[in-house]
Design a protein around this ligand. Structure first.
Ligand code: ADP
Ligand code: MG
Length: 386
């Protein structure tokens, strides 16, 4: 998605030029899954698919309208300063506008056009990209552009508190702070980030499965991790969060077999992320076996995989030059991420897709992408007002 494409959609619907266009990428997490809300370390890359948000302010008391190029709803009215979500995608716009308003930013009535090539609901964080781009556009419109960290915080608060998704800081930080040729190590407890060299290709294959279970299953896992932490603290009261629990404390604590499996995943995944960060710091390359071990743990311990994801992970790593693969995002559907030699991934993708189609009866969408820059404001479209 490019700024001119988004501006063209805006002109088509509203017959005027947008004042601002903000673009934000999707993200793929390389390793460190389901540890963000446990205070752990994650290692995402921003990826070269983007959402664009074009905006223009209207005169006071006008009705705000938004259109999304992917939405079947057409242009819809929405209230940027709504007090409650209405259950539509425009809640993300109202969410960030409300958070910005609470911080003192003036939010006028607006026209908004959204165009995207980030698949929706595939685990590549179209929601954080939408929130970050919208926050960037609203703040630019007010003449008070936020720095990337502030944008991520606004997007997180909007998605958590307004839209009502119990997500972590990883997605908005990755979308906001991403850098071409780099992965971002994020300490989800401290909010600290470190850009690490990573210029390898990333193959993403979307299982296309309906993720109806995701929201409830995700909440259940968050609860199970909280239960595991309570149990670990009875053994070791100084434990800061589940991600920093020692494997010995997890084994010693009294918990159900199910909750223990979740905790084992979290502490095992943390060890893998630490290894991955050390590898990137030292050489800019990542051992694919870490991704494959992560998948096994998500399948067996966290129980958030699906037969389609398991099939893709297994078959991908059988192809020559594919170093490792795992589900990325929350799971229960969504995408596989594979890393390896660029040319090998390019050659493998069609074979993997064809095999998937004959196995599951539908051809999957796939993308071969590299680490990309985080959210940007297209200066050609920024309004300069006195
Ligand atoms: P993802 O893994 O893609 O972030 P989510 O379920 O968290 O999946 O977020 C998807 C939601 O984000 C959609 O249901 C919609 O509300 C919003 N969204 C994402 N992309 C768009 C878009 N291009 N247009 C409108 N809404 C979008
Ligand atoms: Mg999301």
């Amino acid at each position: 998605m490019s700024a001119p494409d988004v501006a063209a959609l805006f002109r088509q619907y509203f017959g005027a030029e947008p004042e601002v266009v903000a673009l934000a990428p999707g993200r793929a997490n390389l390793v460190g899954e389901h540890v963000d809300y446990c205070g752990g370390l994650v290692l995402p890359v921003a990826i070269g698919v983007r959402i664009g948000v074009a905006m223009r302010r209207l005169s006071p008391r006008s009705a705000s309208t938004a259109v999304s190029g992917t939405g079947a709803e057409g242009a819809a009215r929405f209230d940027p300063l709504a007090l409650r979500p209405v259950g539509r995608w425009t809640d993300y716009l109202s969410g960030v506008a409300g958070v910005l308003a609470a911080l003192g930013t003036t939010i006028p009535p607006v026209e908004v056009a959204v165009a995207s090539d980030i698949p929706v609901g595939a685990g590549l964080s179209s929601s954080a990209a939408l929130s970050v781009a919208a926050a960037m556009a609203f703040s630019a419109l007010a003449g008070e552009p936020c720095d990337p960290r502030a944008l991520a915080t606004v997007a997180l608060r909007a998605e958590r508190s307004f839209v009502g998704i119990p997500c972590g800081i990883m997605d908005p930080l990755a979308v906001s702070l991403g850098r071409a040729g780099h992965a971002i190590a994020i300490d989800c407890h401290a909010g600290a980030t470190e850009l690490l060299p990573f210029d390898g290709a990333v193959l993403l294959v979307d299982t296309g499965a309906q993720r109806a279970l995701v929201a409830s299953a995700y909440r259940q896992r968050v609860t199970e991790c909280a239960m595991a932490l309570d149990a670990v603290r009875l053994v070791d009261p100084a434990t800061r969060d589940l991600a920093s629990a020692s494997p010995a404390a997890v084994e010693a604590a009294l918990m159900s077999p199910e909750v223990r499996r979740r905790a084992r995943h979290v502490v095992g995944e943390m060890a893998r992320v630490r290894q991955a960060i050390a590898q990137l710091r030292a050489s800019g390359t990542l051992d694919g076996a870490l991704l494959s071990a992560s998948h096994d743990s998500l399948r067996d311990l966290y129980e958030c995989s699906t037969p389609a994801l398991d099939w893709l992970a297994r078959e991908a790593t059988r192809l020559p030059g594919v170093a490792g693969a795992r589900l990325t995002g929350a799971g229960w559907g969504g995408c596989l991420v594979a890393i390896g030699d660029d040319d090998a991934l390019r050659a493998s993708a069609p074979r993997l897709a064809a095999g998937f189609a004959s196995q599951f009866g539908r051809p999957p969408r796939w993308w071969l992408l590299h680490a990309a820059d985080g959210a940007t404001l297209e200066s050609g479209h920024v309004a300069h007002r006195s």
